[in-house]
Design a protein around this ligand. Structure first.
Ligand SMILES: NC(=O)c1ccc[n+]([C@@H]2O[C@H](COP(=O)([O-])OP(=O)(O)OC[C@H]3O[C@@H](n4cnc5c(N)ncnc54)[C@H](OP(=O)(O)O)[C@@H]3O)[C@@H](O)[C@H]2O)c1
Length: 257
C-alpha cells in the first residue's frame, strides 16, 4: 500500500465529542476530509446540527448527535445511535472538556471539582467503555484522548483542570496496555495554548501572551486546524505501531524541559 493510502480513513466511523467549535470541530473536519463518516457531538443539538450541515455541504459525511459527556446515560445513547446510523465505531476522539474556574486549587468549590472530573475524565472513560467492545468486534480502532500540556506541567490557577488532564494521560496508557491485544490503540494529544473559547482568559491576557510568544520556539500559539493532521495520523493505519504515546502540540514551549 502506498504511504499516502495509509492515511486514508474511508469506511471508518468516528465520534468526536466537543465538536461544535474550536479544536473538536477542526479535528472532526480533518477526519471527514480523510474519508471517515463523522459523528459531530456536543451538548447543544443546534450547534452540532450546524457543523454537520456545513460538512455535508462540502461533500463530507457527517451526522450530529447531542451528548453531555458528564451524563453516563447520554454517552451510552451516543454509541448506540452511532451504531444504529453507521453500523459501528472505529475512532473515538475524547475532546470535550471544561475549565469553569481560575484560582488557587484549594479554593475550588467542590461542585466545580466534581463537574471538571465528570466531564474531563469520567466522560472519556465511559465513552471508551461503551465503544471498545464495538471496536473489538470490528477488529480494532483508535481512541484519541485530548489532554493538555497542563496535564504534563500544571499551570497555576487551573489546578483541578491540570489534575484531570494528568489523570487522562494515565488512563490512556492503561487502556493502551489493556486494549492492545484487541487491536485498539489509545493515544493522548497534549495541546499547548490554542486560540479558542476555552482558553480565552489566557490568550486575551497581553502580559501572558507576550511571555508565551517569547518562550515558544515557533513564536505562535495554536489554531484549531493545527491538530487535524495529527489526529488523522493517529486514527489511521499510518500510525499502526503506535499506542500509549503522548504527543505534545505546543509550538515547542515544553521543549525547554
Ligand atoms: N484551547 C486551548 O488552549 C487548549 C489547550 C490545551 C488543551 N485543550 C483541550 O482541547 C480540547 C478542546 O478545547 P477547545 O479549546 O477547542 O474548547 P472550546 O472551543 O471551548 O470547545 C469546547 C467544546 O466542548 C463542548 N462541550 C463543553 N462541555 C461539554 C460537555 N459537558 N459535553 C459535551 N460537550 C461539551 C462545547 O460545545 P457545547 O457548548 O455545545 O457543549 C465545545 O464544542 C479540550 O479537551 C481542552 O481541554 C485546549
Amino acid at each position: 500500500m502506498a504511504i499516502t493510502d495509509t492515511f486514508k480513513l474511508d469506511g471508518k466511523i468516528a465520534i468526536i465529542t466537543g465538536a461544535s467549535k474550536g479544536i473538536g470541530e477542526a479535528m472532526a473536519r480533518g477526519l471527514a476530509e480523510a474519508g471517515a463518516s463523522v459523528v459531530v457531538s456536543s451538548r447543544k443539538q443546534q450547534a452540532v446540527d450546524e457543523v454537520a450541515a456545513a460538512f455535508r455541504k462540502d461533500g463530507l459525511e457527517a451526522t450530529a448527535i447531542a451528548c453531555h459527556v458528564g451524563d453516563p446515560a447520554q454517552i451510552e445513547t451516543l454509541v448506540a445511535e452511532t451504531c444504529a446510523k453507521y453500523g459501528g465505531v472505529d475512532i473515538i476522539v475524547n475532546n470535550a472538556a471544561i475549565n469553569p474556574v481560575y484560582g488557587k486549587m484549594l479554593e475550588t468549590e467542590l461542585s466545580a471539582f466534581d463537574k471538571i472530573v465528570a466531564v474531563n475524565l469520567k466522560g472519556p472513560f465511559l465513552l471508551a467503555h461503551h465503544a471498545a467492545p464495538v471496536m473489538k468486534q470490528r477488529g480494532g480502532g483508535s481512541i484519541i484522548n485530548i489532554s493538555s500540556t497542563a496535564g504534563l506541567r500544571p499551570w497555576p490557577g487551573i489546578g483541578v483542570y491540570s489534575m484531570s488532564k494528568a489523570a487522562l494521560i494515565s488512563m490512556s496508557k492503561t487502556l493502551a496496555q489493556e486494549l492492545g491485544s484487541d487491536g485498539i490503540r489509545v493515544h493522548t494529544i497534549c495541546p499547548g495554548l490554542f486560540k479558542t473559547k476555552l482558553a480565552e482568559a489566557l490568550w486575551s491576557d497581553d502580559k501572558l501572551m507576550n511571555y508565551i510568544l517569547r518562550e515558544t520556539p515557533l513564536q505562535r500559539i495554536g489554531a484549531p486546524e493545527d491538530l487535524a493532521g495529527l489526529v488523522v495520523f493517529l486514527a489511521s493505519e499510518a500510525s499502526r505501531h503506535l499506542t500509549g504515546g503522548t504527543y505534545v502540540a505546543d509550538g515547542g514551549l515544553l521543549s525547554w524541559g
